[in-house]
Design a protein around this ligand. Structure first.
Ligand code: ADP
Length: 480
């Protein structure tokens, strides 16, 4: 089985969120199963710098895009092969999708149209490569046009899988980009790329791909409803027989508290004492009071409405009054960033806010916090709640999407049976959140019960192996 995996970001080469984690880990897990999985992504200069064994394999000129190079390399450390599209005008910028002021780049249609076009070309019959994929696996709107290109350019299109990592980002552009993107006029139809008079890359993927997947079983069901389908529930429901929810895994080597180079002290379920050393070091690093008994609540997240960050802002003053300390690492909507900064200024030593992106600190918060907060409004899968369980930091989550699928609520029965791994709220509002965290803090103050909860969380298997097999099953179904 040969699979070309097209993506706009892949850890550790380029990352803004969970898509990168999946794109870094899933191809490697597929390779462990014997699949020849290779990645295609934009050649952002920072990504090229990190790749190993880089060679240029061709140069071409396309009238609408100009000069383009194709490079081949590997993920660092002898990882999966990766093809990079080199285009200085498109990809040599600081932000992947947006400028520093969080405005989308105005030429995103062309930047990711080119990625889609290359994915279709390299997976299709006209590919210049020796590598002939059985399946093209596309991810999110940035690669959504690839199945459309294949449909119009190849008599027998290579089968495609389109994975929705987040339905909220749809890649919507005015209809006049159809021509420069090289799509035929007939594709601009409700049975095609058109979406209420515009072009939607995401809808194109959902419409043209042979199979659809999304990143958790619950989210697969939710997006077929009007409430969560973001205008696409009709199409998704019509294709429900071809839509599968496959939970994301996590990279167990990268996220392992016993061997994590970002942590000051290693620990494991058998040797939990190191966790307290991580808490002390984190309090010190963030300027929080050196209080070993205050439950330290942590959050690592894009600061957006999706992540429920606004509800946490409302709840935090009450949680501080109940004796907690709080830290958040993230960036996003400017009003939320400001609200967090104001809270930190009002509660020095008790609330620490880091606006920005910091891989190492993300690991140290997962390890040093006692309780992790992730009350997303909607959550396709979510990774941080899995990292936090693996790090013995039980999460408080909202019962949606992948959060519902990966956290077992600490009800009395689940606590007694040892199944509980965190706290799950059914409604997302300040009162429910305060109540759940309050209960978590009460349990935290019973060390034996809390250790049992930590150990159950740490024992959960979030590895990729089983999940990669589920993707392979989907590929096998469509392979011609
Ligand atoms: P999403 O993809 O919706 O942002 P996920 O939970 O699926 O959310 O994945 C987020 C990923 O990005 C995780 O690996 C998380 O640790 C990381 N992350 C998010 N914000 C930051 C940040 N400010 N600094 C470091 N890592 C971050």
């Amino acid at each position: 089985m040969k699979v070309l995996f097209a993506t706009s970001e892949a850890h550790p080469l380029a990352k803004t969120g969970g898509l990168a984690d999946v794109s870094g880990a899933l191809p490697a897990a597929l390779r462990d199963l014997g699949v020849d999985a290779r990645v295609l992504m934009p050649g952002y200069p920072a990504a090229l710098e990190k790749a190993d064994d880089l060679t240029r394999i061709l140069r071409i000129r396309l009238p609408e895009h100009g000069e383009i190079g194709l490079l081949q390399g590997r993920f660092p450390g002898d990882g999966a092969p990766v093809y990079f599209i080199e285009h200085a005008g498109y990809y040599a910028r600081k932000g992947l999708y947006q400028d520093a002021a969080a405005h989308d780049w105005p030429d995103n249609a062309m930047r990711f149209g080119l990625l889609s076009q290359f994915a279709a070309w390299l997976a299709g019959p006209g590919s210049p490569l020796d590598f002939k994929p059985d399946v093209l696996h596309c991810n999110d709107w940035q690669t959504g046009l690839a199945p459309a290109y294949l449909r119009y350019e190849a008599a027998r299109p290579t089968p495609t899988v389109f994975t929705v990592h987040n339905l909220a980002y749809q890649g919507i552009f005015p209809p006049d980009v159809l021509k420069p993107l090289g799509l035929p006029p007939e594709s601009f139809s409700i049975d095609g790329v058109e979406y209420y008079g515009n072009i939607s890359f995401l809808k194109a993927g959902l419409y043209y791909a042979s199979r659809l997947t999304t990143v958790s079983p619950s989210y697969a069901g939710e997006i077929q409803t009007e409430a969560c389908g973001m205008g696409l529930h009709g199409l998704l429901a019509a294709r429900s027989q071809e839509l599968t929810g496959i939970l994301n895994g996590i990279d167990l080597r990268e996220w392992d508290p016993a061997h994590d180079p970002h942590l000051p002290a290693p620990y494991s379920a058998d040797k939990l004492d190191g966790k307290l050393a991580n808490k002390r070091a984190l309090q010190d690093e963030l300027g929080l009071g050196p209080d070993a008994h205050a439950p330290l609540l942590g959050m690592v997240s894009r600061l957006t409405q999706q992540k429920g960050s606004d509800v946490v802002v409302e709840a935090v003053p009450q949680l501080i009054e109940l004796g907690a300390q709080f830290t958040v690492l993230g960036s996003g909507e400017i009003e939320l960033e400001n609200a967090w900064s104001r809270l930190a200024a009002a509660h020095p030593g008790r609330i620490a806010v880091k606006i920005g992106y910091d891989e190492g600190l993300a690991h140290r918060i997962e390890a040093g916090a006692d309780i992790f907060l992730m009350p997303s409004r909607f959550e396709p899968c979510g990774l941080n709640q899995m990292y936090s369980q693996r790090y013995g930091t039980p999460p408080v989550v909202h019962r949606v999407g992948g959060l519902a699928d990966t956290v077992t609520h600490a009800s009395p029965e689940n606590l007694a049976s040892g199944a509980a791994t965190g706290f799950v709220i059914d409604r997302l509002d300040r009162a429910s959140l305060v109540d759940a965290v309050h209960r978590a803090m009460a349990l935290y103050r019973q060390p034996r019960a809390w250790e049992k909860l930590m150990r159950s969380a740490m024992a959960r298997d979030f590895g990729w192996a089983g999940r990669a097999q589920q993707y392979l099953d989907v590929y096998e179904k469509i392979r011609t």
